[in-house]
Ligand binder design. Structure first.
Ligand code: SF4
Length: 445
């Protein structure tokens, strides 16, 4: 521990971060708040950047040149807001960014942000992006605890998002579902802030929090007499989950009469786990220490996910997520996972899953010029045709959206037509099954 400083509670904090507040971008607000709480439990002073606003856009636009992806523009704007806030001391500020290797500009985010802040007069403000490739070394001695806690935070807040999205469109009194979500999230954050004696004790408390959350959502008065188009959402992770970047697309869809199924964060982490192991394999390191560590970590992550999901299993019947292997196999005829990389594989595989699950359409949210979005857009017409006309539409965002309401209205009309055709086909199949005496409808076949 020679290289580490300790806070008042004896936690080891890497020297570059000691005495600094770590600011986290709002990937999902809930996920970031919970992960920040995990960091606090390990002695870091971590907070989530304030809500994005017009100043975010102004600062992001002023210091980027248009070649950057929209997520970096929003994140830079939010970071500069923190640095330029009255009384801010750059010597007490650090920024956290998700990072990793990828086929596109994603792998450049952290070095880009460092260079940009240096050129703007903040060369000593740390921007750190712990990754599988660097062994999460930026996190210091607490890395194991942080990674495990952050994973649990992601899974738990993904669960809250699912409970929210399946309840809010049907609530009788506007605001009830959001209130249940906020109360549940606050409870989870309090639980994550505690430095438990062991992992089992933390898990016990998290499961209690989720039990209370599920009960809260069950008590939200709802009316489900009007069928709503059920829309899956995939796309670039930041733009999809950051409500400022996508101009509150989910709420707009709900207001226009839809229910939404959002691809969650944990799916992306399963994808990156698998991709890292595949790359190690290709590099002839299948039996390396790094590969062994990754497999063990994945096993613990699966166990944690199962334990947390078990609490809400009955509340989320019909909302089950596929294993990442199933998503890969769905994508294979269009984008073989060994030959393509990034969110495009997940998006395509998930479209097939959504269609088979009975959803009525899918939206791909991407930043303008996003490589993943563009590749997917080229594939979607074929995919839609193979899926019996399953409606799929790309929505691109760069902060200058024109007529979102109109585009949503047109898309939802397509999904309603698709639903009518699907219902008719199913009814016809059931009738012809009965006429043939094979009882296809009764047998669910
Ligand atoms: S996924 Fe899209 S938005 Fe994200 S870094 Fe790659 S190209 Fe940019």
């Amino acid at each position: 521990m020679r290289f580490l400083k300790r806070d008042g509670n004896g936690h080891a904090v890497p020297p570059a971060l000691a005495g600094r507040t770590i600011w986290m971008p709002r990937l999902t607000e809930a996920g970031s708040r919970a992960v920040a709480a995990v960091f606090r439990s390990c002695g870091f002073d971590a907070r989530v950047t304030p809500p994005s606003d017009a100043l975010t856009s102004e600062l992001g636009a002023r210091y980027t040149n248009g070649d950057e992806c929209y997520p970096i523009k929003v994140t830079l704007g939010d970071f500069l807001k923190v640095l330029k806030a009255p009384g801010a001391d750059p010597g007490k500020i650090a920024f956290f960014m998700a990072s990793g290797q990828g086929p596109c500009r994603f792998g450049q985010y952290v070095p880009y942000m460092r260079g940009e802040l240096a050129s703007l007069g903040y060369p000593d403000v740390p921007v750190f992006g712990p990754t599988f490739e660097n062994g999460y070394s930026d996190l210091g001695a607490s890395s194991g605890k942080l990674i495990r806690g952050a994973w649990r935070a992601v899974v738990a807040t993904d669960i809250l998002m699912k409970l929210l999205l399946k309840t809010r469109p049907y609530e009788i009194s506007p605001g009830d579902a959001d209130a249940a979500h906020e109360e549940s999230l606050a409870g989870l954050c309090r639980a994550f802030e505690v430095d438990y004696r062991d992992q089992a004790a933390q898990m016990q408390e998290l499961r209690r929090c989720l039990e209370r959350a599920a009960a809260r959502f069950r008590h939200v008065p709802v009316r489900r007499d009007e069928p709503r188009p059920h829309i899956g959402i995939v796309g670039e992770i930041f733009c999809r989950l950051n409500t400022f970047s996508n101009e509150e697309l989910v709420r707009r869809l709900e207001a226009a009469g839809a229910e939404v199924w959002m691809n969650d964060i944990s799916e992306w982490l399963w994808y990156t786990n698998d991709e890292s192991l595949r790359l190690l394999d290709l590099a002839g390191k299948r039996f390396s220490r790094q590969a062994l560590g990754a497999r063990i970590r994945a096993r613990f992550q699966k166990g944690d996910e199962d334990q947390l999901l078990a609490v809400v299993r009955d509340d989320l019947v019909g909302y089950e997520e596929p294993e990442i292997g199933e998503v890969f196999e769905n994508a294979r005829p269009y984008l073989p996972p060994e030959g393509a990389s990034g969110e495009m594989v997940v998006n395509v595989g998930k479209a097939v899953y959504f269609a088979h699950k009975g959803l009525d359409g899918m939206i791909d949210i991407s930043p303008f010029t996003c490589m993943n979005g563009i590749v997917c857009e080229a594939i979607y017409p074929l995919l839609s045709r193979d899926l019996g006309g399953f409606p799929i539409r790309n929505f691109y965002f760069d902060g200058t959206q024109s007529d979102l309401e109109r585009d949503i209205g047109i898309f939802l009309e397509l999904t309603r037509n698709y639903r009518r055709r699907k219902t008719l086909r199913e009814a016809q199949a059931a009738v012809s099954g009965d006429e043939n005496g094979n009882g296809a409808g009764k047998n669910g076949g």
